[in-house]
Write a protein that binds this ligand. Sequence first.
Ligand code: NAD
Length: 327
Amino acid sequence: MKLLVTGGAGFVGSNLVRMILGDRLPGTEGASVTVLDALTYSGNLANLSAVAEHPHFEFVHGDIRDTGLLDRLLPGVDAIVHLAAESHVDRSVRDASVFVETNVVGTQRLLDAALRHGVRRVVHVSTDEVYGSIETGSWDEDCPLEPNSPYSASKAGSDLLARSYHRTHDLDVRITRCSNTYGPFHFPEKLIPLFVTNLIDELDVPLYGDGENVRDWLHVDDHCRGIALVLTSGRAGEVYNIGGGVELTNRELTDRLLAATGRDRSAVQHVADRKGHDLRYSVDVTKISTELGFAPQVPFEQGLADTVQWYRDNRAWWEPLKERAAL
Ligand code: NAD
């Protein structure tokens, strides 16, 4: 199987590539992987150093919007796993334009190129944030999309475009909508790596609003297991939620990170809430569990402890990133 992984130098994508080339995802063993990544501020070749010399690995520095490049890369590709995106909500609040360019226009160009070159399968990696915010209960895959941030709206646009290429062109597109993902190699602007790296450096952490926003957390290895299951065993045209079933308020999560780093609540700075901040995300994972046998394998306590330790052990990875992004 020849796979093209877009955004494979980012957090989730690089984890997926390392797992595939390490034969850690059933059904993808022996696959060859080409990563297409524009190496934006959040893309990082260091994330792929473990597989750089792998005989089945190739890296292409380029943009998913570059139609000519796609026309050179796609012949012979069996399947695309599409993760390339602008991914940070706060950045989309400040300036939404690149989110539309990459997430919407980029996805449309990639889907068109997949059609032109007869790519047999596309997994579009979407997000639970496309559903909006839910006070009680959980979203199943039939719930309407009501995104609230420019990020989630651009992801909803790409999600619906992906769906339309199945309905209109019969392209085998499968969509995943996963909850908040954590783990190593996560760019240190996101909540868990920002807080962990601040706390171990004896700095304060900025907690939005009253800290009562609820997120469901899933380890990145489990997110990648879900993507691989959908790639190898899912059905064309279907959407699959992926989640961990670990719902925490940001305040509860912060308390766990304080405990893990030996700090106390005096390290927490309450800052003005994010504009349009969704109160709660919660996905119903019945479909992927019953149809594809998905079950998270990394217990949250263990995954979080390992992640904190990873940031302790890998200062050389995150320190320059924080300096460059002025975090
Ligand atoms: P990330 O920001 O770490 O990685 C995104 C990658 O895409 C980077 O390597 C970047 O260089 C690349 N990229 C950006 N624009 C590009 C372009 N125009 N052409 C080619 N490459 C480009 O993000 P992530 O957290 O790894 O998320 C990956 C995907 O998973 C995204 O589509 C995101 O919406 C989705 N997702 C993430 C989470 C999460 O919690 N991290 C949860 C659900 C879904």
